[in-house]
Design a binder for this molecule. Structure first.
Ligand code: PLP
Length: 438
C-alpha cells in the first residue's frame, strides 16, 4: 500500500468507526454465539496470495462483530496463532486447532514471553517435586532451582531470573562454535549443579542472538532438556519471522523438543508493535501456573473461553489478520528475502574492502563487521557514524572485540540505501584511520 492509498484507507477507517459509534444503540452488548464460532467463518490457513483490502474490511462486520464484547478476542487470537504456527511449520503439538494440548498466545514483548515461560516452568518443577515429596517446604525447593541460558542471550533472560527469584546461570560460548551453546557444555553444567544439590529446571535457548544472530544447537540441546525434565524455551525474538521461508526453516529444527517458543512478529513480520507471538506445547502448563478464578470473569462458556495467562487482545490479533491477508504468505516471504539479500549485498561490500572484516556469519539481515584494528578505532568510527545522524548502528562485543552491527529492518530499504550507507561508512573510516593509530 503506497502513501496515497494509505491516506484514503485511513479516512475510510475513520468513517467506519464513526458509523459504528453513531449506530451503536442498534447493536447488542452481549454476544449470541457459541464457542468456536469464529474458526468456522475463516479459512484454516493464511492466504498464499494477498486478499483485497475491501474483503478484509468487509469481514470485520461478518466475523468480528457477532462476537463483540469478548469471544472474538480469544478466538481470533487463537486462530491467528494457528495461522502463523502453520506458516512456520510448527509441530502439530503447538497448534490449538488440531485438538492437541498446545497453542499460541500473544505477549507484548519477547522479555515477557521469557518470563512467562520461566514462571510456568518454576511452577511445573515445584509441583513435580511436591508430588513425590509432599512434606518438602516449597521455599526449600525454589531456593535450589537453577535456570540456564547462553552468555549471548538477551539481558531480558537474566532479568527474568531476577524477577522470578531463581538462579540463572550463563552458559559460555566460543567464537570457534559460532557463539552457539553446545550440548556438551549444558550437560556438564547440569551434572555439576545436580551434584551440588541444585535442581535444574529451565533452559532458554536463543535462535538468532542479539549480538551476532547466532543459533543455539537445539537439536542437540532439546533431548538433554527432555531427559532431565528441564523446560526448554526458545527465544527467537528477531530471527523467528524468517522461519516462514522454507530455506530458513531448518534453523528451527529441534523445535519439537521445546516446551515453549517465542518471536516478535512486530520485529520483522510487518505487524506493528506490540505483538510477540508465543506457543506452548501444553496449554495447561500456563493455565495452571497463572490460574485466577474471580466471580467477575465467570461465564457460561468458562472452559472454552478461559485460555491462557494474558488478557487476550483483539487489537493484536486484528493486526495479524490484516497483515497476513494484505500481504499473503508470499508477500511476507518476499519481504524477509529482500532484507536478507540486502544484508548479503552489504556483506559483499565489506568483504571487498581490505580494511574491514566480517565478525560473524551473515545468516539473516544482520551484518557484524569492524575495521581491522583496535577497539578504539572502531568505537570512534561508530561515534562518527551515529553523530552523522543518517545511519544508526548499535555495537556489540564479540570475544572482546568491539563490533559494529548493520541491521536491515526498515520496510522501505532498497539497494541504493545500502550503497549510500557503505559510502558514508568508508568515508568516515578513512578520516578515522588518518587520525588514529590502528
Ligand atoms: N531476545 C532477543 C534475542 C532479542 O534480540 C531481543 C531484542 O532485541 C529480545 C529478546 C528482547 O525483545 P523485547 O524488546 O521484545 O523484549
Amino acid at each position: 500500500m503506497d502513501t496515497t492509498e494509505f491516506r484514503r484507507r485511513g479516512k475510510e477507517m475513520v468513517d467506519l468507526i464513526a458509523d459504528y459509534l453513531e449506530n451503536i444503540e442498534q447493536r447488542t452488548v452481549y454476544p449470541d454465539v457459541e464457542p468456536g464460532y469464529l474458526r468456522s467463518l475463516i479459512p484454516e490457513e493464511a492466504p498464499e496470495e494477498p486478499d483485497t483490502y475491501e474483503d478484509v474490511v468487509k469481514d470485520i462486520e461478518r466475523v468480528i462483530m457477532p462476537g463483540a464484547a469478548s469471544p472474538a478476542c480469544t478466538e481470533l487470537e487463537t486462530v491467528m496463532m494457528d495461522w502463523l504456527g502453520k506458516m512456520l511449520k510448527l509441530p502439530e503439538d503447538f497448534i490449538a486447532g488440531t485438538h492437541g494440548q498446545g497453542g499460541g498466545v500473544i505477549q507484548g514483548t519477547a522479555s515477557e514471553a521469557t518470563l512467562v515461560a520461566l514462571l510456568a516452568a518454576r511452577c511445573r518443577a515445584v509441583r513435580m517435586i511436591l508430588a513425590s515429596d509432599p512434606q518438602r517446604p516449597e521455599t526449600g525447593i525454589t531456593s535450589k532451582l537453577v535456570a540456564y541460558s547462553s552468555d549471548q542471550a538477551h539481558c531480558s533472560v537474566e532479568r527474568a531470573g531476577m524477577i522470578a527469584g531463581v538462579r540463572m546461570k550463563k552458559i559460555p560460548t566460543e567464537q570457534s562454535d559460532k557463539y552457539a551453546v553446545q550440548g556438551e557444555t549444558l550437560r556438564r553444567m547440569i551434572q555439576e549443579d545436580k551434584a551440588a544439590g541444585l535442581i535444574p529446571f529451565y533452559f532458554c535457548a536463543t535462535l538468532g542472538t542479539t549480538p551476532s544472530c547466532a543459533f543455539d544447537h537445539i537439536t542437540e540441546l532439546g533431548p538433554i532438556c527432555n531427559a532431565e525434565k528441564i523446560w526448554m524455551h526458545i527465544d527467537a525474538a528477531y530471527a523467528g519471522s524468517s522461519f516462514i521461508c522454507p530455506e530458513f526453516r531448518p534453523l528451527l529444527n529441534g523445535i519439537e523438543f521445546a516446551d515453549s517458543f517465542n518471536f516478535n512478529a512486530h520485529k520483522w513480520l510487518l505487524v506493528n508493535f506490540d505483538c510477540s507471538t508465543m506457543w506452548v506445547k501444553k496449554r495447561s502448563d500456563l493455565i495452571g501456573a497463572f490460574e485466577m478464578d474471580p466471580l467477575y470473569l465467570k461465564h457460561d462458556h468458562q472452559e472454552s473461553g478461559r485460555y491462557f495467562c494474558t488478557d487476550n487482545s483483539l487489537f493484536r490479533s486484528l493486526k495479524m489478520w490484516f497483515v497476513f491477508r494484505i500481504y499473503g504468505l508470499k508477500g511476507l516471504q518476499d519481504y524477509i528475502r529482500k532484507h536478507v539479500e540486502l544484508a548479503k549485498e552489504f556483506e559483499s561490500l565489506v568483504r571487498a574492502d581490505q580494511r574491514f572484516e566480517i565478525s560473524a556469519d551473515v545468516v539473516l539481515g544482520l551484518v557484524c563487521f569492524r575495521l581491522k584494528g583496535s577497539n578504539e578505532v572502531n568505537e570512534t568510527l561508530l561515534k562518527r557514524i551515529n553523530n552523522g545522524r543518517k545511519i544508526h548502528l548499535v555495537p556489540c562485543l564479540l570475544s572482546g572485540q568491539f563490533v559494529l552491527r548493520f541491521a536491515l529492518c526498515a520496510r522501505t530499504t532498497e539497494s541504493r540505501h545500502i550503497r549510500e550507507a557503505w559510502q558514508l561508512i568508508t568515508q568516515l573510516a578513512e578520516e578515522v584511520m588518518q587520525e588514529l593509530p590502528h
